[in-house]
Design a protein around this ligand. Structure first.
Ligand code: 3HC
Length: 307
C-alpha cells in the first residue's frame, strides 16, 4: 500500500496497465541509487538498497532522510510530528544489505545504479542472473552505456531494459524507459507501469547513446565549454543567458558543476571513442584540464565555479 500523504506527482492515467512490481532492489547507494530507493518507498514499494559496505549505506540513509524531510516540511507545515512520522514510515520500507546475491533472491525488479563501467555492470548482472527469480526484471540506470551490451551477458535479455532517472531524483519528474531489440512487450509494459507507480512521467526511447535527454544535454554542455574556451562570453554570462533567455533552471556550466565534470567528460570520451566522426561528442580541452586538476564541480568544491 502506498503511504497516502507521500504519494507525489502520481501520473497514472486510467488506461495505464496496473503495476505488478511490489519489491525493488536498488544496487548502488550513491545519489542516484538513494533517490531511486526513496521515490520507490515513498510510493509504497518495498525496497532493498544494496552497496558494498555499511558506511556507504549509512550515508545513503542520511541522503534519503534529508531529502524526505525537505519533502514533508512543505506538506506538514502546521503539523511537523505527522511529517516526521511519514519520514520514519518511508524509511522503514527501505532495507539495506551489503550482499547483492542475498538481496535479489526475492525481488520483482533490480535497478542498477553503480558506477559507469561496463565491465562492472556486466559482472554484476551476470552474477545475479543465476540467483534472481525468473520473473525478475533487470534494469540499468546507466546514463551513457548501451543497455543491450550490458544485458548481453545475461540469459534474460527479454526481461532487461533501461530505467534512466535524473538528478535530483525526488524532484525531477522524468523517467526514460529504454527498450532494446530484445526487451519483450511484457517487460516494457511492466517497466512503464512501475515508472508511473513511483510518480514519474515516462517516455520511451530506443537503446541509443544518451537516450533522449543526455543525447541533447551532453553536446549542449560541451558546446558551452567550447564557448568559454574561445572566450565568447564569461561562464556567468553563458549561464545567465540560458536561464533568462531560454527559461532553464540552471545554465549549462552550473549544470555541469551540479552533475559532475568527471561524469560529463567520461560520457563524451566514451562516445567519442565509439563514434570518432561525430563532432558533437568531442571532449573539450578545458573539461579535461579541470578534471585532471580535481575540479569536478560541486562535489569537489570547485568546477567552473567555486563552492
Ligand atoms: N530532495 C527533495 N527535494 C529537493 C531536493 C532533494 N534532493 N533538491 C531540491 N528539492 C526541492 C526543494 O525543497 C525545493 O522545493 P520547493 O520549491 O517546493 O520549496 C525545490 O526542490 C527547489 O529547490 P531549491 O530551492 O533548493 O533550489 P532550486 O530552485 O535552484 O532548484 C534544482 C534546484 C531542482 C536542482 C533546479 O535547479 C533544477 O531543476 N536544476 C536542473 C537539474 C537538471 O537538469 N537535472 C538533470 C541533470 S542530467 C541527469 O541527471 C542525467 C544523468 O544521467 C547525469
Amino acid at each position: 500500500m502506498a503511504l497516502p500523504s507521500l504519494v507525489l506527482r502520481r501520473c497514472v492515467s486510467s488506461s495505464a496497465p496496473a503495476n505488478v512490481i511490489k519489491h525493488v532492489t536498488v544496487v548502488g547507494g550513491g545519489l542516484m541509487g538513494s533517490g531511486i530507493a526513496q521515490v520507490a518507498a515513498q510510493n509504497g514499494q518495498d525496497v532493498t538498497l544494496v552497496d558494498v559496505n555499511d558506511a556507504v549505506l549509512s550515508k545513503s540513509r542520511g541522503i534519503i532522510e534529508t531529502s524526505l524531510k525537505r519533502v514533508v516540511k512543505k506538506m506538514f507545515k502546521d503539523n511537523p510530528a505527522d511529517g516526521e512520522k511519514l519520514v520514519q514510515e518511508t524509511l522503514e520500507k527501505i532495507k539495506t544489505l551489503t550482499d547483492v546475491n542475498e538481496a535479489v533472491k526475492e525481488t520483482d525488479l533490480v535497478v542498477e545504479a553503480i558506477i559507469e563501467n561496463i565491465d562492472l555492470k556486466q559482472k554484476l548482472f551476470s552474477s545475479i542472473d543465476e540467483i534472481a527469480p525468473d520473473h525478475t526484471i533487470f534494469a540499468s540506470n546507466t546514463s551513457s552505456l548501451s543497455i543491450g551490451e550490458i544485458a548481453s551477458v545475461t540469459k534474460r535479455k527479454d526481461r532487461f531494459g533501461g530505467l534512466h532517472f535524473f538528478n535530483p531524483v525526488p524532484v525531477m519528474k522524468l523517467l526514460e524507459v529504454i527498450r532494446t531489440e530484445d526487451t519483450s512487450d511484457d517487460t516494457y509494459q511492466k517497466m512503464m507501469a512501475w515508472g508511473q507507480a513511483v510518480g514519474k512521467t515516462c517516455i520511451t526511447c530506443k537503446d541509443t547513446p544518451g537516450f533522449v535527454v543526455n543525447r541533447l544535454l551532453v553536446p549542449y554542455m560541451s558546446e558551452a565549454v567550447r564557448m568559454l574556451e574561445r572566450g565568447d562570453a564569461t561562464a556567468r554570462d553563458i549561464d545567465t543567458a540560458m536561464k533568462l533567455g531560454a527559461g532553464l533552471p540552471m545554465g549549462p556550466l552550473e549544470l555541469s558543476d551540479y552533475t559532475g565534470l568527471d561524469t560529463g567528460l567520461y560520457i563524451s570520451e566514451g562516445w567519442h571513442k565509439k563514434f570518432p566522426d561525430e563532432p558533437l561528442f568531442k571532449p573539450s580541452k578545458l573539461m579535461k584540464k579541470l578534471v585532471s586538476e580535481g575540479k569536478l564541480g560541486r562535489k569537489s568544491g570547485e568546477g567552473f565555479y567555486k563552492y
